[in-house]
Design a protein around this ligand. Structure first.
Ligand code: MEV
Length: 365
């Protein structure tokens, strides 16, 4: 049995604009998705017969990583509400990639992956530089699951689910955890991770080490309960830009606000972060991706918060409030009809939580 999990995410700045290459920031949240795999006589998900149409992300990963593999029983549990802008599908894709990879086993040899073997230790996730193999024994710290690879797989799967338009923001935040910044260029003051390209857009993916001053602020997430598929909201903005190309200026302004937000974040200036979030929201509203229910929750949370905005694709889903008074902010949102979650900023990325007797399928045998 193999089990892996990954966190959801909140976008602090730059959703939608990031699809057009503008900078954006996402942080991993405390809420997670967990995927457990076991060999089985037929394919099952959560005890039901596996229906690829109902689980397109799992089906896409199955095709890529487990095409000829034996049937599995897959269990998905988690605390991230689906289709609400909190990265539930990216977290699921990252956790499923990690679990499927771990279940095949891996070995690192001469800087290359070799399949069919795994390091049997509780959390064999590769995060550091390559470890070397000495003789037949692997050095401590080597791992069978690579965070970057799970981020790539999740991005590919998200892109196909979103009709080809998806930034790697959600997938990178859910894989790496912490705070992820995307930009159209390498930002020298940030920790550059890798480049990603999809269609004609290229993103440089970075992480930021956040200062300690984030320790006394929380994110209160308010869920409208309205499901709004990301693909529809992304298509709506694309249509707006096609019909009125000059509105690309709003997208560029979001990029400028994100830059201001990133500087404030790095300085530990949480008031500045909050202001940039609220300004970002006004532009998202003008692009048409807010809705009355989001506006109600945002107005309720604003008096007790440093900054408020919708998060993710919008059209429903969730808003976030950056606050030093999580109880007061959460109560205000609940009174206005929202359901709340509270998270610290920048949670842990993907982990392999259980690894019993992997590989459970060796593709080379
Ligand atoms: C969705 O969480 C964020 C969007 O910017 C889409 C994307 O980045 O792929 C709306």
């Amino acid at each position: 049995m193999v089990q892996a999990s990954a966190p959801g995410k909140c976008i602090l700045f730059g959703e939608h604009a990031v699809v057009y290459g503008q900078p954006a920031v996402a942080v991993a949240i405390d809420q997670r998705m967990s995927v457990t795999l076991e060999l089985n006589d037929i394919w099952r998900i959560d005890g039901m017969r596996f229906n690829p149409g109902r689980h397109p992300h799992v089906e896409a990963l199955k095709q890529r990583l487990w095409a000829n593999g034996p049937p599995l029983s897959i269990k998905i549990i988690g605390t991230i509400p689906p289709a609400s802008g909190l990265g539930s599908s990216a977290a699921l894709s990252v956790a499923a990639s990690a679990a499927l990879r771990c279940a095949q086993g891996r070995q690192i040899k001469d800087d290359d992956w070799a399949e069919g073997w795994t390091a049997a230790r509780p959390n064999n996730v590769y995060t550091g530089p390559w470890e070397t193999v000495k003789g037949d024994s692997i050095e401590l710290g080597a791992a069978s699951v690579d965070v970057d690879e799970c981020a790539i797989l999740a991005h590919a799967v998200e892109a196909s689910a979103q009709g080809g338009r998806a930034s790697p923001l959600d997938s990178s935040a859910c894989a790496h955890g912490g705070c992820i910044v995307l930009s159209d260029k390498i930002e020298p003051e940030l920790n550059w991770l890798y480049s990603r390209k999809l269609n004609d857009v290229k993103w440089e993916v970075h992480s930021i080490k956040l200062p300690e001053s984030i320790d006394d602020v929380w994110l209160v997430i308010g869920n409208t309960g309205i499901h709004a598929p990301t693909s529809e909201q992304v298509a709506k903005v694309a249509l707006l830009l096609e019909e009125t190309p000059e509105r690309i200026r709003e997208i560029e302004t979001i990029g400028m606000i994100s830059r201001r937000g990133i500087s404030a974040l790095m300085e530990g200036n949480m008031e500045g972060v909050g202001r940039a979030m609220s300004e970002n929201h006004l532009l998202l509203r003008s692009l048409g991706v807010s809705c009355p229910e989001l506006e109600t929750l945002i107005s309720a949370a604003a008096p007790s918060s440093l900054g408020v905005k919708l998060t993710g694709a919008g059209g429903g889903g969730c808003m976030i409030a950056l606050t030093r008074n999580p109880k007061e902010t959460s109560e205000a949102i609940e009174l206005a009809g929202g359901r709340t979650l509270i998270s610290k900023i920048a949670a842990q990325g993907m982990t392999v939580d259980l690894d019993e007797k992997s590989p459970i399928w060796n593709p080379f045998e």
